[in-house]
Design a protein around this ligand. Structure first.
Ligand code: BLA
Length: 517
């Protein structure tokens, strides 16, 4: 009896992408012992890239490859903070031929990992380039006012300094799915702006790696992975942990995905907010594209600056909201001074109260009296709505919200244009006092980047696997009978308003008691 193959989406989450025991072919990887710099593992392409076979390297000290002063450089960096010394300028002389590399060093599993990327003449970045690459984007970013503007500028600046065909800001939502919220692209390419992608497109463990490593470069998705030899780290007798390796080979599923999108080169820069992955700067090129380590470092640095700006900008936006809500409260308290009853206070400036919930309709209900403002259903329907909403409140809750009223309460479906969203505030259960904010239907047209349904295939071993979606054509999902969601700060504002109202009511009854005394 054979168990049915597991085709759940979590397949993707289980692929151990940090231990492929292989690299991308645009460089070579060497591991050596920290104590005596003895070579342990090398990628098979050392033969072509360096000119020595794995057999000529295994068990040899690094002196076999590098001249004394370069060795000193390597040894020196083992006691320093790698980030500050990478990349090392290294060259290897074999058969009278000198080859120059950028060397990137880090530690993994008790060994030292050295990755060599051949240097190109165009890699040299002088002080003026550096100024142009860093100073201009930073001042452009600082000049922006909103998160949206910041993202737009970030995409444009990263594209300007790297020359990628397409640069996007991709933001994750709470469920891990994502949206392209800003884009700068070659004029002849189709827009991806506004497209939504399911969470499975970037699995959990990949997101974890993008928190550790803020930049991931795939210079050419069409390649033959280069295996490490021997396959296991001889010290641990286990696959080398390649989480921090810049050459780490890419999952074949993701390479197929890039192929379906028509992408040859891809680079992602992590955007973090409160240590969490908030989004990615996703860069595409239609042909292979290699970026020097120096330019990658600049991109990584810009990514960190953008992350910082993001945090301040979104805080400012929250703050703007708070200030707006506070002034609405203040207006309310001011109005209450001149009014006799609660109904008078509420009727004094209904637009003010509607603004508090960004609503287009407002209903005040006291005992059996209904006062409505703005766009609302007719009164008999309002009465039915009140009968329906009363039992919706949980135990001691005083607030109930829904952004799909027509689906929750089918009788309201006909009134979706004025009441698809409802925020109901219970002021008094005993006296049946309620305040209701209504929002209209937003026929949200959601653009998904291709069908959501995953296609499955069967690999050479007969195992079923999930393959990335074959189509990147938009399909539209029209979400009906829904309003814009009720933000947490709007719900908090309603709760605060309730305390204010109760304060006002108590004060009025005290005044009344004094008058009657
Ligand atoms: C990685 N998937 C990624 C990455 C991105 C995306 C940006 C980071 C690596 C890179 O820079 O290319 C997805 N790229 C997108 C999306 C857009 C984009 C959504 O440009 C939108 C415009 N992918 C699948 C399925 C699986 C999968 C079904 O669709 C699982 C079987 C896997 N994606 C997958 C894996 C990685 C990945 C394993 C990690 C690649 C790595 O770093 O090795």
């Amino acid at each position: 009896d054979i168990a049915p193959p597991d085709v759940s989406l979590t397949n993707c989450d289980r692929e151990p992408i940090h231990i492929p025991s292989a690299i991308q072919p645009h460089g070579v990887l060497l591991t050596f012992t920290e104590a005596d710099l003895t070579l342990l593992q090398v990628s098979r392409n050392v033969t072509t890239v360096i000119g020595l076979t794995p057999e000529q390297l295994w068990g040899q000290p690094l002196t076999h490859l590098f001249a004394a002063e370069q060795l000193e450089q390597i040894r020196g960096c083992l006691t320093a903070d790698f980030e500050h010394v990478n990349p090392l300028r290294l060259s290897v002389e074999v058969d009278g031929q000198t080859r120059s590399f950028g060397g990137i060093v880090h530690r993994a599993d008790t060994v030292v990992v050295l990755e060599l990327e051949p240097l190109q003449a165009s890699d040299e970045i002088d002080f003026f380039d550096f100024y142009r690459f860093v100073k201009t984007p930073i001042s452009q970013l600082q000049r922006t006012q909103t998160v949206a503007e910041l993202c737009h500028t970030a995409a444009a600046e990263i594209r300007r300094i790297t020359g990628f065909d397409r640069v996007m800001i991709y933001r994750f939502d709470q469920a891990g799915a994502g949206d392209v919220i800003a884009e700068d692209r070659r004029a002849d390419l189709k827009a991806f702006l506004g497209l939504h992608y399911p969470a499975t497109d970037i699995p959990q463990q990949a997101k974890h790696l993008y928190r550790l490593n803020l930049l991931r470069l795939i210079p050419d998705a069409v390649y033959e992975p280069v295996p490490l030899e021997p396959q296991n780290n001889p010290v641990t007798d286990a696959p080398l942990d390649m989480s921090l390796s810049v050459l780490r080979s890419v999952s074949s599923v993701h390479r197929e995905y890039l192929g379906n999108m028509g992408v040859r080169a891809s680079m992602s820069i992590s955007l973090l907010k409160n240590q969490q992955l908030w989004g990615l700067i996703a860069c595409h090129h239609c042909s292979p594209k290699l970026l020097s380590y120096e330019l990658r470092t600049i991109c990584e640095f810009l990514g960190q600056s953008i992350s910082l700006e993001l945090a301040t900008k979104s805080e400012t936006e929250d703050l703007d909201d708070q200030v707006r809500l506070q002034s609405i409260q203040a207006n309310f308290v001011k109005a209450s001074a001149h009014c006799q009853t609660l109904a008078d206070v509420l009727s004094h400036n209904p637009d003010n109260l509607m603004a508090l919930g960004r609503a287009s309709g407002l209903i005040f209900y006291e005992g059996d009296a209904i006062i409505s403002f703005g766009q609302t259903p007719p009164e008999p329907v309002i009465s039915k709505l009140l009968d329906w909403v009363e039992p919706q409140f949980e135990a001691d809750a005083v607030l109930y919200t829904t952004a799909s009223l027509g689906l929750r309460c089918p009788e309201m479906a006909d009134y979706r244009q004025v009441a698809s969203g409802l925020m109901a505030l219970r002021i008094s259960r005993v006296q049946k006092i309620y305040l209701l904010w209504l929002r209209p239907e937003v026929v949200q047209t959601v653009h998904w980047g291709g069908q959501q349904k995953q296609q499955e295939g069967v690999d050479a071993d007969g195992l079923t696997y999930l393959s990335p979606r074959k189509s990147f054509e938009r399909w539209q999902e029209t979400v009906q009978m829904r309003s814009l969601p009720w933000k947490a700060c709007e719900q908090e504002a309603a709760l605060e308003l309730r305390s204010t109202i109760i304060g006002v009511v108590l004060q009025k009854s005290d005044e009344l008691a004094l008058l009657n005394a």
